[in-house]
Design a protein around this ligand. Structure first.
Ligand code: SF4
Ligand code: SF4
Length: 75
């Protein structure tokens, strides 16, 4: 398992284009993933279960939000 990580440089909502699709796909809305102004996703990393819905649905390619496996974090 892992946790979602957001790259604001790639995310539409952090770059003048309201999106928020990942928020609507998250099974833990407002627990693991909140939404801010312009539907900017705000992760609460410790509550994310790593389901990957946000990464699969992300409208940006390459994905602006990705699940990083725990074992990769020490690299
Ligand atoms: S990986 Fe799942 S639980 Fe975590 S923020 Fe994305 S959709 Fe929500
Ligand atoms: S779906 Fe992707 S581009 Fe859209 S708000 Fe979420 S991370 Fe940003």
């Amino acid at each position: 398992m892992g946790r979602a990580v957001l790259d604001p440089n790639l995310c539409y909502s952090y770059n003048m284009r309201t999106c928020g699709v990942c928020y609507r796909a998250c099974p833990l809305q407002d627990v693991a993933l909140k939404i801010g102004m312009y539907e900017r996703p705000i992760l609460i990393a410790e509550n994310c279960v790593g389901c990957g819905n946000c990464e699969r649905i992300c409208y940006h390619y390459p994905q602006a939000i990705r699940v990083i496996p725990f074992e990769d974090r020490s690299a």
